[in-house]
Ligand binder design. Structure first.
Ligand SMILES: *Cc1c(COP(=O)(O)O)cnc(C)c1O
Length: 358
């Protein structure tokens, strides 16, 4: 078997969910498990949180159905709502919490014949300008939906654009726009993603929506996951499958992108961009071998990458190589590659087997 595995620590997921809850005592939380639980495996993560999580949040009906199959009772929030009117009866049958984010969706809901009523979350655009109703349209929709047969709870929700940048003025403005609507008698309110949950108490409301923090990565550029009390969940581990001596002046890999400045020992590692490792990671990006950081040397290939072992003479063929995980935060690798932890975690491909620790 190819020596590459993503080890997923489910106890760490439970720990991180508990951190989220502790940050906002008395509130409830949808564990965000869209995109296959940020690449970690939705079945295993939902099972691990089965008795802890107050609810789950997903991006599509397909993802919602998968969670419902594992959890008969949990609230499941459909974060982007239904993509067409014919999805509404399916959402109702699955007993979902439905996001409604456009005037067309309000109309479709009011026109729908549903087997049962739904908990509805009106999404207000408080300033991100991605999805959502303007505050005025929320007021109109509130009047239309309150008491409608298709609607059980009528709730309010919004999303931050810059909560990951502490003190960003837009965050405060978005909270203000949200609070301005609370003269309407909503049943429940939800505003905070991980970043806001961790740093903006005024955003906590009734229901939190932690995503990235559950997976032990930080939403912030200037605050590490460890500083936030989070435990890393995924460790991506490969092996040294070749060790070569390279003379000074020789090059390594595609495009002669790396030139040996001294006689060098080069290790080949069984992980490449077809596994989800970012091809944008430049020479110098760290990996960990025998507890030591060593730098990438040259371009990442499809199935492997090279590292400079010259300063780690004890490294030998067959050694484990951590690309990220408990010894090397995914956020450090993401920063080196000009990306974010979210992207690296969600892009680990299906050919990488996941191994679970409970
Ligand atoms: C993905 C998502 C979240 C979770 O965000 P994190 O930054 O991962 O905590 C919360 N709310 C909405 C609407 C989302 O799409």
């Amino acid at each position: 078997m190819r020596p590459l595995v993503a080890t997923v620590d489910l106890a760490a997921v439970r720990h991180n969910y508990a951190v989220a809850k502790r940050c906002a005592p008395g509130r409830q939380a949808f564990a965000v498990v869209k995109a296959n639980a940020y690449g970690h495996g939705v079945r295993e993560v939902v099972t691990a949180l089965h008795d802890d999580a107050d609810g789950f949040a997903v991006a599509s009906l397909e993802e919602a159905a998968e969670v419902r199959a594992m959890h008969g009772q949990a609230r499941i929030l459909l974060l982007e709502g239904c993509f067409s009117a014919d999805e509404l009866p399916i959402a109702a049958r699955l007993g979902l919490d439905l996001m409604v984010r456009s005037a067309e969706q309000v109309e479709a809901l009011l026109a729908a014949q549903l087997p049962r009523s739904l908990n509805v979350w009106l999404k207000v655009d408080t300033g991100m300008h991605r999805l959502g109703l303007s505050p005025q349209v929320v007021r109109a929709a509130f009047a239309q939906l309150r008491g409608a047969a298709q609607v059980s709870e009528l709730n309010l929700l919004s999303h931050f654009a810059c909560a990951d940048e502490r003190g960003h003025p837009l965050t405060e403005q978005q909270v203000e726009v949200f609070l301005d609507l609370l003269d309407l008698d909503f049943d429940l309110r939800s505003l905070a993603n991980s970043a806001a949950l961790l740093t903006v108490p005024a955003s906590h409301m009734d229901w939190l929506r932690p995503g990235i923090m559950l997976y032990g990565a930080t939403p912030f550029a200037d605050l590490s996951a460890a500083e936030l009390g989070l435990k890393p969940v995924m460790s991506l581990t490969a092996q040294l499958i070749a060790v070569n001596e390279v003379a000074a002046g020789e090059t390594v890999g595609y495009g002669t992108a790396w030139v040996a400045r001294r006689p060098s020992r080069i290790g080949m590692v069984s992980c490449g961009y077809a596994d989800g490792y970012p091809r944008s990671a430049p020479s110098g990006t760290p990996v960990v071998i025998r507890g030591q950081r060593v730098p990438l040397a040259g371009r990442v290939s499809m199935d492997m990458l090279a590292v400079d072992l010259t300063d780690l003479p004890e490294a030998v063929l067959g050694d484990a190589v951590e690309l990220w995980g408990t010894q090397l935060p995914v956020d450090d690798v993401a920063r080196a590659a000009g990306s974010i932890g979210y992207e690296l975690l969600t892009k680990v491909t299906t050919r990488v087997p996941r191994r679970y620790q409970s």
